[in-house]
Design a protein around this ligand. Sequence first.
Ligand code: AMP
Ligand code: GLY
Length: 424
Amino acid sequence: MKVLIVGSGGREHAIAMSVAKSSRVEKIYCAPGNGGIGQVAECVPIGAMEFEKLADFAEEHNIDFTIIGMDDPLVGGVVDVFEARGLKVFGPRKNAAILEGSKAFSKDLMKKYHIPTAAYEVFDDAKKALEYLESAKMPIVLKADGLALGKGVLICNTLEEAKAGVKEIMEDKKFGDAGKHMVVEEFMTGREVSVLSFVDGKTIKIMSSAQDHKRAGDGDTGLNTGGMGTFSPSPFYTKEVDAFCKEHIYQKTVDAMAAEGRPFCGVIFFGLMLTEEGPKVLEYNARFGDPEAQVVLPRMKNDMIDVMEACVEGTLDTVDLQFEDNAAVCVVLASQGYPVSYEKGKKITGEENFKGKEGYYCFHAGTKQNEAGEIVTNGGRVLGITAKGADLKEARKNAYNATEWISFENKYMRHDIGKAIDEA
Ligand code: AMP
Ligand code: GLY
């Protein structure tokens, strides 16, 4: 079987490594890929938003199965383009990817189907939003409606901050068209958990839980990023939490989408907050998390293609999804200055240290091969260093040891990924 993966991050590298383990797969392509995905797949220079070109490639190369890793093409409708041409593809159609593409849509869906989430209002008019904020309780959360690379969320402690936030999102359009509509949401406190799931339109199967670290600096300080590190499973995702979410969140979401005429096929990522009143949905994503995939997929026992095919064919109920009884930690090596400004083109050395080391992974994100054939930095998040261990503490020790194996100029990482484990 020939497989095409669309995307270029650490998540797609993790997907490619999982797919490569399948005995059914003889060749993997990745568009556009990155400097490291080339080790397991042939990278093709087609952008993730070039839908017709991607479909042309799939036809010309007799691709049997395409996997869309990234949110932008999903929200833009790449799956519909592939399906219209009779090509087998894993991921939600445009009308279902809106679950991630519009925060206003997802909030309205949760309200309509009584899925626990923070109280909210949606505004399309800055003046009305400002009026509302005058009497709102602080802190408060402002969210640009559309996709904004995880950066369209502002937590405002005072009315002044909130007013400035409305200006940023709705008037200055800092997040572009994503700010045409804005969600104003109640501020919640609690631990965050990421739960990824496979969905075939009606059945949902939950993967092992994970926790991300979104802020750039140690101790959860600094700006929000795409994610600086993860661990899996989350010790805070207890049996009770799981039972609550199964009853009130997971299947209800899948059923709600089907009832709306938007059956969801692919991966739903539930961003949950464990509040004192119980788990609530912070956000939905329509894809694997990055860097959640880097700690969840290496622990999955099933053949990835079997599971994804079952999602496309509507037979997920027959799949027994299983994870290893161990743990994994991923520490992101970033370029100093991320997420604001940083240099690129720095030579990366030391990857050979990973060769032959079972349970250690060097997932590439912002990397590329230069003309001299060297792997150099090419983005803010450069590598995701993942290690497994018998338990979370061992996995964390292993992952931090492995971060020492890699060198590049301006290498930056958080030193407290998984610190929460000690409080569990
Ligand atoms: P989102 O992209 O919606 O997941 O938001 C990004 C981050 O902002 C989340 O991971 C939370 O840390 C934080 N956040 C979002 N919504 C809320 C909320 N209602 N209360 C507190 N924190 C929030
Ligand atoms: N790590 C969070 C995300 O993928 O959205």
